[in-house]
Each structure stands twice: as C-alpha cells, then as structure tokens.
Design a protein around this ligand. Structure first.
Ligand code: S3P
Length: 168
C-alpha cells in the first residue's frame, strides 16, 4: 500500500473534502499545504500574496510540500498552483500516489462563487479559464484523474480497495 496519497487540481475542485474522507477511510493523517503555510506564517493566503508576493508564496509552498512528503501514512491536499508545477508533480509522483481531481470550468465558477481568501479569483473569468486549461496539462500527469463532480463515496471505497491502484 502506498504511504502517501497526494491530491492535485484547480481551486474548488474538492481536494480538501476528498482528502479528509480518504484519510479517515485509510486511517492516515491529513495535511493541507495551504493550512500548513497559514499556520507556520500566521497569515492568511491573501495577506501572504499582498505582503510577501506570489513568488514568495510559490517558493514557500514547494518547501512545505517537500517537508510533508517526508511523512508516511499521509493524505496531502495541495494548493492549486502546486499540481501545476512541473518540479512539484515529479516529486509527488516519486513519493506517492498522485490523484488529479478534475473540475469543469462551470463547476469551478459555481463552487468558488462565495469563496474568500483565494487571491487568484480576482482575475477575470477569461484569464481563469485559460489558467485552468493550461494547468490541466500538468495536472493530468497525475497517476489517476477523478471527475470531481461525479465522485461518490462508493467509488472512493472501490478505489481504495483496488490494490492495483494503491500499489506503489
Ligand atoms: C492557488 C490555490 C489556492 C491557494 C492559493 C493559490 C492557485 O489553493 O494555494 O490561493 O494558484 O490555484 P486551493 O487550490 O486549495 O484553492
């Protein structure tokens, strides 16, 4: 059985919700890179972007990922930018099972509508759509892609029980 499951995907694809479920079902610990970063820096994501800049955030999230990947029996939910980073996804694939949670642009808009503390949402719809399409090319390198809108608890269990999928 793989020691780490890492979830990647666009904003509001449901990585954290699925990650928590998976961790409960597998009896693994759950981590969310954004939560780790906020806790360590004692700042909200929006504040980090504003005060330290996006470049700093991107470096810090890669550093956070590296640290989390040293742990065993963990489910890690990653911020939308990490799974779109070539270096990061290579690293994740080396250390565990990487699952891409795919979300359509329509569902993304619906789910993220009332979201707060996601600085990228200030970009216009057109730019966000382009970003999603661009990032999907990297997200799709994950070991497995699941459709976030049709994800059911039952299929999740089938997935977990499937040794072929979970073997390293
Ligand atoms: C980001 C996604 C966010 C967060 C930050 C940047 C992105 O995480 O890391 O706002 O670049 O897509 P979620 O994917 O959990 O929303």
């Amino acid at each position: 059985m793989t020691e780490r499951i890492i979830l990647v995907g666009f904003m509001c694809s449901g990585k954290t919700t699925l990650g928590r479920k998976l961790s409960r079902l597998l009896n693994y610990k759950f981590f969310d890179t954004d939560e780790e970063i906020k806790g360590k820096l004692r700042m909200e994501i929006g504040e980090i972007f504003k005060l330290r800049g996006e470049k700093f955030f991107r470096r810090y999230e890669l550093y956070t990922l590296r640290k989390l990947l040293k742990r065993k029996r963990v489910v890690i939910s990653t911020g939308g930018g990490l799974g779109a980073n070539e270096r990061a996804i290579k690293l994740m694939k080396r250390e565990g099972l990487v699952i891409h949670l795919k979300v359509s642009f329509r569902d993304f808009l619906k789910r993220c509508r009332s979201s707060q503390d996601r600085p990228l949402l200030s970009k216009g719809k057109e730019r966000l759509h382009k970003l999603l399409k661009l990032r999907e090319k990297v997200y799709s390198r994950a070991h497995l892609t699941l459709n976030s809108s049709s994800l059911k608890e039952k299929s999740l269990l089938t997935l977990i029980n499937s040794k072929t999928i979970l073997l390293p």
